[in-house]
Design a protein around this ligand. Structure first.
Ligand SMILES: Nc1ncnc2c1ncn2[C@@H]1O[C@H](COP(=O)(O)OP(=O)(O)OP(=O)(O)O)[C@@H](O)[C@H]1O
Ligand SMILES: [Mg+2]
Length: 408
């Protein structure tokens, strides 16, 4: 197989071409990095070398013809295989001369997919478009133990959002037996200068797009809850402003999050100046940390769901810790209150910045419309922020009540 010429392949594809060791291969990164071409080159070659039955999946059937099906035909042409293949352009199937088959299907017809048997490999194009449930179903189709040599699933996607299932699945939990390859346009020798310029120009026009589609790193295009600016906040600038501290409890899976903010009520600015995030902390360690950070004498407002923890932390010497009062609408009220301020974050607070970059409004599954509720992720420090400023919100609510009798 190494008699192959190297030229038709990008370097990163060449390196993994005959490596079938990993059950799952994830190709993610920027646009035009050669992920789709690379994956199909690899499976075509695999299918030439032994008899395979490859299922190629996209979310929506009608998008297949002009994308992954067309590029497969182009690659077969390049390899001089077209004349030996049976190509069905209505059912979107291709049979090679050795009997290997490619079946292209949209997930909008799950019953049809269920009836396809003997699958040896699955290619999932634009995997961020499908759901975790979809993936689980497909993954089950290639259960180990079935009589298939080297079964593999290939997934390709752009890193559109950490809220998407692919992020926790492949980057946080990291399944065994999974090869993850990150690429961007610089890894594709076939791109035109114009295409590269379009990508690079995005740096000025749309930073979130640039991050995702040029650099190939995770960013978010969903509707973010908060806008903010980040910079170094000199202590001198904020030292006379009142300080507010908030604490959200986590333990094994989530971190406990402590943040401190300074608030300028007149100029309507919230400065996030300090953060501390850590998993697995018991209450004595939380108390010690708050003490070490120099906040033991401050009022700290903490998640009211953990009254026992609050009492314990108080016992460990953080005497002014108190619980936040959570009402039924406290999340949305808190968010709306904070949104009235300009949010400035010290750039030495990476965790809260990560949350701000990923804390988005929830979308209604059916209509795709945003609803008045945030996604319950990336919100530990941001919950602590709501707790921290809770006393101000209460004040604001009182104002509204007092205004009523005078007709305002
Ligand atoms: N092996 C190849 N031979 C010829 N052209 C290639 C090859 N690989 C990539 N290209 C060219 O590079 C372009 C981008 O490649 P490809 O579509 O595979 O990128 P991608 O990473 O899947 O992009 P996206 O993230 O937008 O889906 C293709 O349209 C094609 O013109
Ligand atoms: Mg692609």
């Amino acid at each position: 197989m190494k008699k192959l010429r190297k030229e038709p392949f990008n370097k990163w594809v060449w390196k993994i071409l005959d490596n079938y060791k990993h059950r799952i291969e994830v190709y993610y990164g920027g646009a035009g990095s050669g992920k789709s071409y690379g994956a199909m080159q690899k499976v075509i070659l695999k299918a030439c070398n032994s008899k395979r039955r490859v299922l190629v999946i996209r979310k929506v059937q009608r998008t297949i013809k002009e994308s992954i099906f067309r590029l497969t035909l182009e690659l077969l042409g390049q390899a001089g295989l077209t004349q030996f293949a049976k190509i069905n352009r209505t059912d979107f199937t291709i049979v090679l001369s050795n009997g290997s088959e490619f079946i292209f299907k949209g997930l909008d017809d799950p019953e049809k997919i269920k009836s396809i048997h003997g699958i040896t490999d699955i290619v999932i194009e634009e995997a961020t478009d499908i759901t975790l449930d979809d993936f689980t179903q497909l993954n089950l189709r290639l259960r180990p133990g079935i009589d298939v040599k080297d079964p593999q699933i290939f997934l390709m996607f752009n890193p559109v959002s950490k809220v998407n299932w692919v992020y926790p699945y492949f980057f946080v939990n990291k399944p065994k037996d999974c090869l993850v390859i990150k690429t961007n346009y610089k890894d594709n020798k076939f791109l035109t200068k114009d295409y590269i310029k379009t990508l690079e120009d995005m740096a000025y026009r749309n930073p979130a797009y640039y991050k995702i589609y040029a650099l190939g790193t995770f960013a978010t295009l969903d509707k973010l809850v908060y806008r903010y600016t980040k910079r170094i906040i000199p202590f001198e600038e904020v030292k006379d402003l009142p300080l507010f501290c908030g604490l959200d409890f986590g333990y094994i899976n989530d971190p406990s999050a402590f943040i401190s903010v300074r608030i300028d009520e007149i100029k309507k600015k919230i400065y996030i100046v300090d953060e501390y995030f850590k998993k697995g902390m018991l209450n004595d360690e939380i108390a010690r940390t708050i003490n070490d950070l120099g906040y033991s004498k401050e009022v700290i407002t903490a998640d009211s769901a953990e009254q026992k923890s609050i009492a314990e932390i108080k016992k460990y010497g953080i005497s002014r810790i108190k619980e936040a009062r959570k009402g039924p609408d406290s999340v949305i009220n808190g968010i709306q209150y904070i949104q009235q301020y300009e949010l400035i974050v010290d750039e030495r607070c990476p965790k809260i910045i990560e949350e701000l970059d990923n804390y988005t409004w929830m979308k209604d599954k059916k209509s795709g419309e945003y609803v008045n509720k945030p996604v319950d992720m990336f919100n530990h420090g941001l919950d602590a922020l709501r707790y921290a400023i809770e006393s101000l919100i209460k004040g604001a609510n009182k104002m509204t009540v007092r205004k009523k009798p005078i007709g305002l």
